[in-house]
Write a protein that binds this ligand. Structure first.
Ligand code: IYR
Length: 219
């Protein structure tokens, strides 16, 4: 095993407390967004956010993810149309009544105009195994968990860059793989809508759980 010297970030307690508080308020300002202006995001910002996601830890460092960013109007339109066909199944043709009922408070709609009009769609895929150049099968460990971490980092980087996002998962996403001509070994994971939101807009009234509800401390 080869090793290399690594210099970690500095840790200064007071500064760390301040930074962590600042980050907390920045992250608390994040809201899933369904309204976007027609402002386009510079591809550099998207690429940097994807590279940030690519720095995530992964099982056996297999980096099992693939991020496809789409700003092409025709492709976005197709993704909207195919997603809305999926949502027609979800809400109307073959609804899972309990699921639809559980979502009522969010007033979700089967129409997804933002898939067409937001600046970028980032399609996230993962794969459970990789065929090496030597035709060996390499297993990717915790591929889905690793991709979840990376996607969190992607959303985080976009948010801190002032880009609003919506995580979107149509129940079946195979069409995305076909549309983008992605190798079948990649499994669609999530669609991240990224764009510039208007200054002000309505969002569902939701509350995040308090720290006491989501954590326990053993000291
Ligand atoms: N994919 C559908 C339904 C939906 C599912 C969940 I879980 C949500 O948090 C919100 C919506 C849609 O996007 O309309």
């Amino acid at each position: 095993m080869s090793l290399q010297k690594y210099t970690k970030n500095t840790y200064q307690e007071q500064q760390a407390i301040e930074t962590s508080q600042k980050l907390l308020s920045l992250y608390r300002k994040r809201r899933s967004t369904r309204f976007f202006t027609d402002q386009k995001i510079d591809q550099k910002i998207i690429n940097n956010a994807i590279a940030t996601a690519g720095s995530a830890p992964s099982g056996a460092n297999r980096q099992p993810w693939l991020f496809c960013s789409v700003s092409c109007p025709q492709l976005k339109k197709q993704i909207r149309q195919l997603s809305e066909a999926e949502e027609e199944n979800f809400y109307v043709k073959k609804p899972n009544k309990q699921w639809v009922k559980d979502l009522e408070f969010l007033h979700p709609k089967k129409e997804k105009p933002y898939l067409e009009y937001a600046s970028h769609l980032i399609l996230v895929f993962y794969k459970n195994q990789t065929i090496t150049d030597e035709q060996e099968i390499q297993k990717n460990y915790y591929a889905k968990e690793s991709t979840g971490i990376a996607t969190g980092m992607l959303i985080s980087a976009l948010h801190l860059s002032g880009v609003s996002t919506l995580t979107y998962t149509p129940r079946r996403m195979k069409f995305i793989q076909e549309l983008l001509e992605i190798d079948k070994s990649y499994i669609p994971f999530m669609l991240v809508v990224a764009g510039i939101a208007p200054e002000e807009f309505d969002v569902p009234m939701i509350k995040k759980k308090d720290l006491e509800q989501i954590s326990k401390h053993y000291h």
